[in-house]
Design a protein around this ligand. Sequence first.
Ligand code: 2BA
Length: 107
Amino acid sequence: MKLVFAILSNDDSSSVSSSLNKAGFQVTKLATTGGFLRAGNTTLICGCQDEAKEEVIDIIKKHSSSRTEIVPNMAGSDFGHFVNFPMEVQVGGAVIFVVDVEQFIKV
Ligand code: 2BA
């Protein structure tokens, strides 16, 4: 058995966890914070059979793949006005750890 930890953007967490559920995998969702940016992210924990590991990773990849989005960016001008310069930012992506499970017990 494997335990898959996926650290991903909060924006992608619902789509990833519901897709895992639909495919028959159980998921635990933790509200976490990145140590570097100190921004909120989501950590999903998913226990699965060894042979299902690739399917779990594929679902996570599919629903959290890195992409660019245009976001509004207000900048002050020399004339005291604020000007809107939309900018492209990289969002999404996931950091995935897969570990072996020694025992899985439900009591
Ligand atoms: P990523 O490498 O994509 O990491 C996204 C988040 O995944 C991290 O958030 C952290 O919560 C988790 N994570 C990544 N690698 C990990 C590991 N080996 N062990 C445990 N958790 C891990 P943040 O720590 O807030 O980092 C956000 C982004 O800032 C990182 O994106 C990376 O692009 C950059 N970054 C992180 N540490 C950095 C550093 N020391 N110097 C420069 N850039 C850094």
